[in-house]
Ligand binder design. Structure first.
Ligand SMILES: [Zn+2]
Length: 200
C-alpha cells in the first residue's frame, strides 16, 4: 500500500513537472510579442506556433516546423558562433539569445531560377534598387530585431544546408551589432553593396 502510494505520488509529480516545463517553453516575453507583430506585418503570415530548438533557440512559425529544420537552425548558429569566436567576439553566443521566425515562402527560386525559398516584404530602404520588384522585394532571410536578437527565414524543407546558411548569414548582422558596431554599420545595408559571408 505504501509503495503504491509512493508510486502514484511520483507519477503525479512527474505530471506536474512536465506541465510546468511546457508552460515555461511556451511563455513568450513582451519583447517577443512585439517582434511577432513586426514579423507578421512584414510577412503577412500569422506565427501561431512557438517552440524551441534542442539547443534553446526560440522559434516562431506559421505551421509546426519539422525537427530537421530546427536542427539545421542549431547548426547555422553553431557555425555563426564559431566564426564569431575566431574574431574575438563574445556577446550573443548562446542559442537561447536568438529568436527566429520561419515564414511561409512566396517564391521558391531566386530570379535566376535557382532553388531557394524566399518571402516577399516591403522594400523600405531598398526602394529603387535592383532588389525592388515593384514595392516589395524577396529575401531568404532578414533581421527584424536586436534586443532580443531576431531574424526571419523562409521555410525550406528541401535544402536544409540553405537553412543553416541563411541562419548563419542573418546572424552575422546581429553578432556584429552586439560586438563590433562600426563593422555592423558598414555591412548592414546590402543596397549599398556587399553580401555574405561577412565573417570568415
Ligand atoms: Zn545580410
Amino acid at each position: 500500500m505504501k509503495t503504491l502510494l509512493k508510486k502514484s505520488l511520483l507519477v503525479s509529480l512527474a505530471g506536474i513537472i512536465s506541465v510546468i516545463t511546457v508552460q515555461v517553453a511556451s511563455a513568450q516575453t513582451f519583447a517577443e510579442n512585439a517582434l511577432k507583430r513586426k514579423a507578421e506585418n512584414l510577412s503577412g503570415d500569422r506565427f501561431t506556433i512557438f517552440t524551441a530548438t534542442r539547443k534553446g533557440a526560440r522559434v516562431f512559425a506559421y505551421r509546426k516546423p519539422k525537427n530537421e529544420i530546427l536542427t539545421a537552425i542549431d547548426r547555422g548558429l553553431d557555425d555563426l558562433f564559431e566564426a564569431a569566436r575566431k574574431h574575438g567576439y563574445n556577446s550573443r553566443l548562446r542559442h537561447s539569445d536568438y529568436v527566429i521566425f520561419i515564414a511561409k515562402p512566396d517564391r521558391m527560386t531566386d530570379s535566376d531560377g535557382n532553388y531557394i525559398p524566399n518571402f516577399a516584404i516591403p522594400v523600405a530602404q531598398y526602394a529603387g534598387t535592383d532588389y525592388d520588384k515593384g514595392g516589395f522585394m524577396y529575401a531568404a532571410g532578414m533581421v527584424i530585431g536586436y534586443n532580443p536578437a531576431a531574424f526571419m527565414i523562409a521555410e525550406n524543407e528541401k535544402k536544409l544546408e540553405q537553412v543553416s546558411e541563411v541562419v548563419r548569414f542573418e546572424g552575422e548582422h546581429l553578432i556584429l551589432y552586439h560586438n563590433d558596431r562600426r563593422r555592423y554599420n558598414e555591412t548592414a545595408d546590402h543596397s549599398r553593396g556587399g553580401g555574405h559571408p561577412i565573417l570568415n
